[in-house]
Structures are given as structure tokens and as C-alpha cells.
Write a protein that binds this ligand. Sequence first.
Ligand code: FAD
Ligand code: UDP
Length: 364
Amino acid sequence: MRYKYVVVGAGLAGLTAAERIAEVLDEEVLVIEKRNHIGGNVYDSYNEEGILIHNYGPHIFHTNDKEVYDYLSQFTPWYHFWHRVLTYVDGNLIPMPITVETINKMYNLNLSCFEVEEFLAKQAVSVDEIRTSKDVALSKVGEDIYKKIFENYTRKQWGVDPAELDTAVISRIPIRANRDTRYFSDKYQGMPKYGYTKLCENMTRNKKIKILLNTDYKEIIRDLEYDKLIYTGPTDYFYDYKHGKMAYRSLEFQFETYSREEYQEAPVVNYPNDYDFTRITEFKKLTGQEHKKTTILKEFPTSEGEPYYPFPTKEYQQQFKLYQAEIEKEEKVVFLGRLAEYRYYNMDGVVRRVLNAFKGGFRG
Ligand code: FAD
Ligand code: UDP
């Protein structure tokens, strides 16, 4: 069989590529997906109680990239909301990320924004060179806050000490000497009004997009002819692990439904120092759905299982360079997305990356 374009993976990366190829180039494109559904990790569905859940963990869309926002807005209206997170420290629920409210609640103070800036400057540990996530936290908030908020959460999430992780990991969390308690400060944030799966279905409306589910691409790729293969699966698998297996962090998901309207005060509550799970998400508080019952999700990080997070250490970044050297030699294959590029992309980053690659003619 011949397709000019073949896409491996029906996550946001693969679907953005397929949508652009069909819509703009007016070409047929085959999307091969090993799971039994499209959407990759943004897939959501209604559980048996009729509550909309995110099957692969809580996904909150947020971006400052207007082009990405406008692009996705073609496929969905939005339910706009500001995401908020609380974290459970010393028996109290305090706002995350660190803001004036966090410091005041943690230390039972009543400081102004200016005083919090001074307070944090006094706590901060001087670090010669910021090389790791531990350095980032210590240099901004000092030992006590580091231990209470970051150290154990990070150990649970990644299975290693923050001193082993790239600066980018803890840098994801802003430190604000103001009263803005939103988790993200991006201009556009919210949920696709009818869910991510609906958004993804709308991306694939064009009849030129053919989707093959339940199929590992290796089962059929030899029977296909193509000009361009857009690959969004794990790159080590593509190369039969010739440079070794890349490490990914995985999660076990435990969903629980309660016969009451509300479970917790915020959409997400983090548990840095208690329990084996990292956080609890209450879906209705993300989606705005009204229902007499409520479903929550506990996330238990693991090293085995579906690859969800690329592992942000120097060691694995070095190892991935060996695969990057292979990628650069490819003429017909382009590697895009969180797994293929081994990058801790957010949803907007993935869409931006694919839109750019498309504009560049998928030359890699
Ligand atoms: P994926 O969604 O992983 O899609 C890759 C697809 O390829 C999968 O469907 C997979 O089954 C398929 N595939 C793999 N191998 C093969 C094969 N051999 N043959 C065929 N198909 C194959 N981002 C945000 O912006 N906000 C958030 O709040 C947020 N929360 C997150 C929470 C969790 C728990 C996780 C794990 C991620 C979160 N993200 C969030 C990131 C977001 O999920 C990703 O940026 C995005 O989904 C990546 O899309 P992708 O297409 O690159 O990868
Ligand atoms: N983090 C932490 N304590 C928290 C929240 C986050 O130490 O209460 C650290 C942890 O290392 C985590 C990283 O910050 O992996 C990024 O957090 P984010 O909420 O962005 O993680 P994601 O939603 O991608 O899992």
C-alpha cells in the first residue's frame, strides 16, 4: 500500500501533523496507533458513573502562544478557568506555587509582597552554579521550603533526588512574591469544552485522514510505501534499542468515585510528604461538570509501565544524543513529540513543534 504520508501515533503530535497534511496539502495520510483510541495521553472518557475523567492523568491546557491557541480553537470551544493547586504541608493545605499566600500560611505570618521578597531572599542559599533542580529550589527559597514542598514530592515523582535532575524540572514551578495563586500564569488556559477526545475527533474529521488503531507500526510498516514517515513514538524503540533503553517515568492511576458532590477544596491537591501517591485530582473541578457523585485520581509514580515522562537527567540527555545522531541521518523520517524527541513538552509545546515542522516541510 502507498501513502505519501504515514504518521505513527495518534497523540496531539501525530494528529496535528495529520490534520495539517490533509487540510492544507490535501494529501491522504495514514495514522497508525497502537492503543485502541486516538488522543494519546490527552484521551478522556466518561466513566461508568457518567463523570468525565482524564484516563492518563490531569491535563490542563495553558499557553501564551496565540497561534497554537487559535489553531486548537478551530476544533473546540473552551471552558475557561484558572487552574489552582493546593499542597498538604504540616497538616495544612497551602497554595501552590509559592506566593505571598503560601508563605503567610506556612509560617503563620501576615507579610506584604515586598516583605515576602525580603523573607525569601533571607532564606535563599547561595549556590555558585545552578546545575540541578535542587540548586534551583535552594537558591530561590532556601532549605526549609525546599524540604517541605520540593524534596519529597520530587523523590516520589522521579524516584531520584532533585540533585540528580535537570534545572528545568523544578523551574516549571514559579516562585511569586505576589498574590497570584493561579498554578499557571499563561494568557490562555482551560479545558476543551466537550473534552480532549472530542477535540481530537474534530481534528480528524477530514476524510483524507485514515486511522488504524490497535496496531504497532512495526507490524505493518514493511508493507507500506511512503515519502515521509512522521514518528511520534519512543525513539529507542524505533531503533530497536541499539543505543540502549531510554528511561521513562511511568504512573499507576487509581480512580475512586464517591457518592458526594465534592471531595476536596481544589482541582488538584499535592501530597509532598505523605502517602505513596503524589497528588489527587478531582475531575469535576477541572471540567466544570455537575454531578451528584465525584471521581478522583491518585497518581503513583513507577519506573515500569507506559512511558509518560522522559527522564530529565544529564545522563539520559547524553544517551539520547546517540539517538539524535541517528535521527539526523534520516531522510524520510521525522521525529516529533514528547516521546520521539525525549522532551518534557506540554501540550502547547507539542502543537507548536509540529506546526513549525509542517511549515518547514517536515524536513526534521
Ligand atoms: P503521546 O500523547 O504520548 O502520543 C504518542 C502516541 O504514539 C500514543 O498514543 C502511543 O500509543 C503511540 N505509539 C507509541 N508507540 C507506538 C507504536 N510503536 N506504534 C503505534 N503507535 C505508537 N501537558 C499540558 O500542557 N498540561 C498538562 O496539564 C499536562 N499534564 C500531563 C499529565 C500527565 C500525567 C502526563 C503524562 C502528561 C501531561 N502533559 C500535560 C503533557 C501532554 O500529555 C503531552 O505534551 C502530549 O500529550 C504529548 O503528545 P504526543 O503526541 O507527543 O505524545
Ligand atoms: N514539584 C514539587 N512539588 C510540588 C509540585 C511540583 O517538588 O508540589 C516539582 C516536581 O519535581 C515535579 C516538578 O516540580 O516533577 C514539575 O511539576 P509539575 O506540576 O509541572 O509536573 P507535571 O504536571 O508535569 O507532572
